[in-house]
Design a protein around this ligand. Structure first.
Ligand code: FA5
Length: 347
C-alpha cells in the first residue's frame, strides 16, 4: 500500500467509525465499535501497523497523522460514552418516582457512654490538679497486685473469694484494684511524681445497686518531699468540689489498707436522699463511700527503691461507677452495663 492509499483508508476508517459512534444507541453497541476500530485487531490498529513499511520521509508525514486520528477517535468514543451514561441516568430517573428535593434519611449520631462522660469529667478535674495519665495491665502478676503493696500471702484480699486467678497461669490474677500502677510507675519513675491511672478492675463481689464484679477505679499517686495527710485532704476535697460543685460535702474516716499508713476512706454526701429517707444507694446513711486513700506506706516506697526518709506521698483509689452514679443521677450500677438504650440515650 502506498502513502496515498493509506491516507484514503485512514479517512475512510475515520468517517465510518464517527458514523457508528453517532448512531450508537447504547453502551454495548458503542463498545463493539470501539473494539472494531481501536481494539487489538481493530481497523485503525491494523492500519497503524503498516507504518513500518513506509520510508523515513513517509513516516514523518504518516506517523503524526495516524496518532492524531487515534486520539480523535478515542475522544469521540469517550464523549459519546458520557452522553449515553447521562441519558441512561435521566431515563432511569424519569421511570422512578423519586423526589430529589426530599431531605435525606437522618443518620443517628452516636455519643459517649455515660461512664465515659463521667470518667472524662473526673480526669479533667484531676488534670487541673496536676495529675498526669499513667497506664497498667489488667492481667497482672501477684507481686504487683499484692506483694509490693505490702499485702502478704495470708491477707484476706488474696482469698479465692475476692480474687480471680488465671487458670493454668500461677502467679497471675485479674487485678483487684488499680493500685498495681503505683508500684509499676514508681519502679520506673522517681519522685517528684503525680499520676492518675483510670482502668478496669475485677473482684468476686456480689452484685447489688452499688457493687459489680467488674468496675473501674482511678488510682492517684503523689510522691514528693513533705507530702502529708493535709495535702491528701485538701486535694481530694478540691477534686470532689470540682466534680460535684462547691456545695459537695466530703467526709474522711480512718480505715485500713496495708499499703498506706494512716489510711482513710472518703465518703460524699448522698445526692439521692440527703440521708433523710430509705435509699438503696447509701442504705439510708446519707453518705456513700467513694474511695480509699492514705499516706503511702514506707515499705511500699522501699520496695521500689525510694527512700522514705527523704520522700513521702499519698495515694487514693476511687470507684468510678460510684462517682458517676452521683454525678449523672443513676441509682443502680447495673444501668452502666445493661446497655438499655432508653437509659443510654438520656446522656
Ligand atoms: C481499694 O481498692 C484500694 N486499692 C484503694 C486505695 C488506693 C487505698 C490507694 C489507699 C491507697 P477499696 O476496695 O475500698 O480500695 O475500693 C475503692 C473504691 O472502689 C471503693 O471506695 C468503691 O468506690 C469502689 N468499689 C469497691 N468495690 C466495688 C464494687 N464491687 N463495685 C463498684 N465499686 C466498687
Amino acid at each position: 500500500m502506498n502513502l496515498t492509499e493509506w491516507k484514503q483508508k485512514c479517512a475512510a476508517v475515520e468517517a465510518e467509525y464517527k458514523k457508528q459512534i453517532a448512531a450508537a444507541a447504547d453502551a454495548d453497541v458503542l463498545e463493539a465499535a470501539r473494539v472494531a476500530s481501536l481494539g487489538r485487531k481493530g481497523a485503525l490498529t491494523e492500519l497503524l501497523k503498516n507504518l513500518k513499511d513506509f520510508s523515513i520521509e513517509e513516516k514523518k508525514e504518516a506517523g503524526p497523522l495516524g496518532n492524531e486520528l487515534k486520539k480523535n477517535l478515542e475522544a469521540a468514543f469517550e464523549s459519546k460514552e458520557m452522553t449515553l451514561v447521562a441519558a441512561k441516568l435521566n431515563a432511569d430517573l424519569e421511570k422512578t418516582n423519586i423526589d430529589l428535593t426530599l431531605p435525606g434519611a437522618p443518620v443517628a449520631a452516636g455519643h459517649y457512654h455515660p461512664l465515659t462522660i463521667a470518667l472524662n469529667r473526673m480526669t479533667a478535674v484531676l488534670s487541673k490538679l496536676g495529675f498526669v495519665w499513667a497506664d497498667g495491665p489488667q492481667i497482672e502478676e501477684e507481686k504487683y497486685n499484692f506483694d509490693y503493696l505490702n499485702i502478704p500471702a495470708h491477707h484476706p484480699a488474696r482469698d479465692m473469694q475476692d480474687t480471680f486467678f488465671i487458670a493454668g497461669k500461677p502467679g497471675m490474677v485479674l487485678r483487684t484494684h488499680t493500685s498495681n500502677v503505683q508500684v509499676r510507675y514508681m519502679e520506673k519513675n522517681k519522685p517528684p511524681l503525680r499520676i492518675m491511672s483510670p482502668g478496669r478492675v475485677f473482684r468476686k463481689d456480689d452484685i447489688d445497686a452499688s457493687h459489680s464484679p467488674v468496675f473501674n477505679q482511678i488510682e492517684g499517686l503523689y510522691v514528693d518531699k513533705n507530702v502529708s495527710l493535709a495535702d491528701l485532704k485538701s486535694d481530694l476535697t478540691a477534686f470532689m468540689k470540682g466534680l460535684f460543685g462547691a456545695k459537695a460535702e466530703v467526709r474522711f474516716r480512718p480505715s485500713y489498707f496495708p499499703f498506706v499508713e494512716p489510711g482513710v476512706e472518703v465518703d460524699v454526701k448522698c445526692v439521692f436522699c440527703d440521708g433523710k429517707s430509705p435509699c438503696a444507694f447509701c442504705k439510708g446513711t446519707g453518705w456513700k463511700e467513694m474511695l480509699g486513700a492514705g499516706i503511702v506506706h514506707p515499705q511500699v516506697l522501699r520496695n521500689v527503691g525510694i527512700d522514705p526518709e527523704v520522700y513521702s506521698g499519698y495515694a487514693f483509689g476511687m470507684g468510678v461507677e460510684r462517682l458517676a452514679m452521683m454525678l449523672l443521677n443513676i441509682k443502680d450500677i447495673r444501668a452502666f452495663y445493661e446497655n438499655d438504650l432508653r437509659i443510654l440515650r438520656q446522656f
